[in-house]
Ligand binder design. Sequence first.
Ligand SMILES: NC(=O)c1ccc[n+]([C@@H]2O[C@H](COP(=O)([O-])OP(=O)(O)OC[C@H]3O[C@@H](n4cnc5c(N)ncnc54)[C@H](OP(=O)(O)O)[C@@H]3O)[C@@H](O)[C@H]2O)c1
Length: 204
Amino acid sequence: MRITVIGASGPTGKVFCQLATERGHDVAAYVRSAERMAGVPAAKVYAGGPFDAATLEPAVEGSQAVLIAFGLKGARRTPLYSKGTQLVVDTMHRLGPRRLVVVSEAAYAPHLAGWLARTVSSAYHLTQRPIITERRLQDDIVTTSGLDWTIVRPGLLTDAPASTAASASLEPFRRFTRVSRTALCLSILEWLSDPDTFGHDLYY
Ligand SMILES: NC(=O)c1ccc[n+]([C@@H]2O[C@H](COP(=O)([O-])OP(=O)(O)OC[C@H]3O[C@@H](n4cnc5c(N)ncnc54)[C@H](OP(=O)(O)O)[C@@H]3O)[C@@H](O)[C@H]2O)c1
């Protein structure tokens, strides 16, 4: 399958590119800087900004699936999750691929369950309000896109090695969880073509 990975230069994006390539997929990596992909296997690397339709289009053309793995760093008011995701959705509608997987987070309602998770995340809410606002906008864009979407919601991501896929839940966890990026990406690869995961949030 040809898979476009947006934000392929991040830690999760790189792991996904490696695992997908090893399993025979044709990875089209979309990144801000091609230099950040040195040593990472991908069939093709496309460089462009998150709001640049002209550079995104060739990266998505011919793909059957798109993975959004970017994460906002630095300027917290950049509309990466809203405007960046809207551009991906619009490009997919124009070019044809229907399968969209988004790596998001679980640190805001209704994705938090239980008093412990809510209490611990309250500090995150105080300091990261613009990011949570952006995440909610992203959720609206993805869930109303009409595409075959899945939103992946890990707790804390780690770089621990893994040889098997992580198991996901359809319900938010009542405790803080951590999952290795490798196990998460193996899981995504397993159910990329599984219609049972379409239209769902998956918690890790
Ligand atoms: N880290 C965790 O414990 C954790 C927990 C739960 C959820 N998540 C979410 O999981 C996803 C993947 O996390 P991660 O730790 O692998 O990656 P990350 O560090 O959150 O994101 C890195 C990627 O995002 C890109 N990026 C950052 N700011 C950008 C901007 N303003 N415009 C365009 N691209 C931008 C980076 O590009 P450059 O390489 O060019 O900088 C890189 O490709 C993220 O959405 C993150 O929020 C992370």
